[in-house]
Every structure is written in C-alpha cells, then in structure tokens.
Write a protein that binds this ligand. Structure first.
Ligand code: CP3
Length: 347
C-alpha cells in the first residue's frame, strides 16, 4: 500500500503512513540537478527535452522516500508557447521579451496548439510513467491564469504589480479576456498531461494571495474553478486536483466551493484550523514553513511532529512544505523531514 498512500490520502481514505512530497523537490539544491543543467545549457532546455525532464523528475526519488513524483517543468511553458519570448536571467528569474499590457495585445493571444508547441510535456509524462512503473504516482501541474498573468503583464517577477493591477482596475473586460484565454489554454494543457498519464494535477496560484477577497474570487478562483470543471478523466479514471493559493488561508471555504479534491496550504495558517474549517470537504496538503529546512535535523523533526499532531488522526493529509524547497537547503535536511513524516505517522 506504500505506493498509493498519496492517491488514497487525496481520497481521504486511511493510509499506513502520511504521504509526503515537496514542491520544488527537484532543483538547484541537488548537486546532480546542477550537473545536468550545466550540461543541458539552460533550464528551459531541460524542460523541453523529455529524456532530461524525466531524469530530473526522478533525481529526488532516488535519494528520498517520497510518495509522489512531480513532473519537472515550469508554469511558464504556456506563455512561452504563446510566443511571448521567455528567458531566464541569472539571479533575476523569468523575463518576457513581449509583455502583454494593452487590450490590443491581449486580443492577439490565442490558445497554443498543445501537440505542436507543448508536445514535449506529455512526451516527458509518458517516459516518467514508464520509469516509475507503478511504484510512485506522478503529479502534473500548471499555473493559475492569474499567476501566469502576473508574469505576462509585468514581464517578470514583480513587487507591486503596477501594470497588472492597473489593467485589472481600469480595463476589467480586457483582464477577463486575458484570463479566459489562459484558462482555456491551461485546461487543454492539463487534459493533455492527464491523457499522457498524470495521476493528479496541481494548480499553482502562487500570487492569488496579493488580491483582495472579492478580486481573488473574480480574477483568480473563478478561472481555477472553470479549469477544474473542464478536466476529463484519464486512462486510470478520475484525476484528483489540488489548488495551492499561497496566502489563501483566509479563503479556504470559498476555495473548497471551487471543487478541488485538495487544498494546498502555506505556513501562515495552523493546519488544525484548516481541518476544522474544510477538513470534511477536501483533503489538505502542507504546511511546513520551507525555512524549516535551514534548521538542524532535530528541529526539523519537532516541526514535523507538531504538524502531524495538529492534523490529527482523520484521513486526508498529504505532508508538504507551504512553498518550494530553496536552493540553499542541504539535501540531508530534506531526508530528515521525509523520514520523520513516515516515522511519526506510521499506523
Ligand atoms: O516542484 C517541482 O520540483 C517541479 C518543478 C517546478 C519548477 N517550477 C521548476 C523550476 C514547478 C512545479 C515550478 C512551478 C513554478 N514556476 C511556479 C509556481 C510555484 C512557485 O514556486 O511559486 C512559479 C511562480 C514558476 C515561475 C518560475 N520558474 C520562477 C519564478 C523561476 C525562478 C525561480 C528561481 O529560483 O530562480 C523559475 C525557474 C525554475 N522553475 C527553476 C526550477 C527548478 C530554477 C531553474 C534553474 O535556475 O535551474
């Protein structure tokens, strides 16, 4: 039963131990990742080569006893496929050559042809499923339309979202047109991942938390709800969905109304409070502060014990961080966390 802990917990069925996976479990904190990226030349060339994307996906699973694999890719593959000129600048993150800031520019955007422009993603998923051979389930993912819009409109990461929020307040119809084309693209993209074998999908709404409650519902959650409603069953049947809105702890009931199987929590809410509010409607994923991985293994273990105790004995918990693993983390600390989750939750 060890290999299906993750999918069972998503269905809120009893498990032999709490499943654990980590956002950004593959990446720069692993020396074998840095070596492969060096060889490939760039991050995007890793993502776009199915053999290399498969290899990077499997790297953390060879080191740690993780209960799920996550496709190695990025949320920005969709705007890249739309021709917006994505590149990564060392130390600055993603940049778009052609930011989209006007109703005229928005009107020109179209849903990319998934097979032609993004076929490397389902190809990687098929390879990964073959390599995993039923031993570990595979998660597919995409960004929320709102989170993609933050990068597309600003042209890169942003502090104040001045272009994006001016567009939202001044030209709401154009903003909705942008979110609509992104939602249709994302639904098609996730359906291609599901058809290729993704066994669960997570929508990363990293920047939903920068909105007011009303604007969150109108400009972010609405579109995630439409995507969830548009997903089709895969080769193995219904595919569970996880919505992760960073900073969304105040809105759990409304997020649950959008129909995800699980809600991903950041670390600004106590997980026992989340259980009390929505634990009878959705599974919960989270929610250690990612900075716990800078602490000593003994301190990591007490943090894990605290979160498991807070969640309690009811089924439906998937252990994770409240955001991604950062590049400075020692791999041994990830191992300590994963081992502690299984040790303290063994039934
Ligand atoms: O979780 C996993 O292991 C799967 C891989 C994954 C990546 N990005 C790999 C990546 C996933 C799920 C993502 C999602 C993603 N990408 C999000 C949402 C989640 C989050 O972290 O908030 C966002 C906002 C992006 C956009 C993005 N991609 C940014 C802002 C950056 C730069 C970040 C940085 O630390 O430099 C990326 C690049 C990126 N995506 C890297 C990785 C491993 C680093 C690439 C490298 O330098 O090698």
């Amino acid at each position: 039963m060890a290999h299906d802990r993750f999918l069972r917990a998503l269905s809120r069925e009893p498990v032999d131990a709490t499943p654990v996976w980590l956002m950004r479990q593959a990446g720069r904190y692993l020396p074998e990742y840095r070596a492969l990226r060096e060889k490939a030349g760039s991050f995007l060339s890793l993502c776009q080569n199915p053999e290399l994307a498969c290899e990077v996906t499997l790297q953390p699973l060879r080191r740690f006893n993780l209960d799920a694999a996550i496709l190695f890719s990025d949320i920005l593959t969709i705007p890249e496929a739309m021709g917006l000129g994505l590149h990564f600048v060392a130390g600055e993150g993603p940049k778009f050559e052609h930011p989209v800031r006007t109703p005229e520019a928005i009107a020109k955007l179209a849903v990319p042809d998934i097979e032609d422009e993004l076929g490397y993603v389902p190809a990687a998923i098929k390879l990964i499923r073959r390599e995993l051979d039923g031993k570990t389930p595979l998660i597919g993912f995409a960004g929320s339309p709102w989170t993609l819009a933050t990068y597309i409109v600003e042209g890169g990461p942003s502090k104040n979202y001045e272009h994006l929020k001016a567009l939202m307040f001044n030209e709401p119809a154009a903003m909705h047109q942008l979110l609509d084309v992104l939602a249709r693209s994302t639904a098609a993209y996730l359906n291609a991942q599901i058809a290729a074998g993704a066994q669960a999908v997570q929508i990363f709404d990293t920047w939903g938390g920068v909105l007011s409650p009303a604007n969150y519902r109108e400009f972010s959650l609405n579109y995630m709800q439409r995507i969830i409603a548009d997903l089709k069953p895969g080769p193995d049947g219904h595919v569970p969905t996880i919505v992760f809105t960073k900073g969304g702890g105040a809105w759990l009931e409304t997020i649950a109304d959008a129909g995800p199987t699980a809600i991903g929590l950041d670390w600004t809410i106590n997980i026992d409070e989340a259980v009390a509010r929505v634990g009878d409607r959705v599974a919960l994923q989270g929610n250690a502060d990612p900075a716990i991985l800078y602490a000593k293994p003994e301190r990591i273990r007490t943090e894990v014990a605290d979160i498991l105790t807070r969640f309690g004995d009811t089924p439906g918990h998937i252990f994770n961080l409240g955001h991604g693993v950062t590049p400075q983390v020692p791999p041994e600390h990830v191992e300590a966390l994963v081992e502690a989750v299984h040790e303290f939750s063994a039934r």
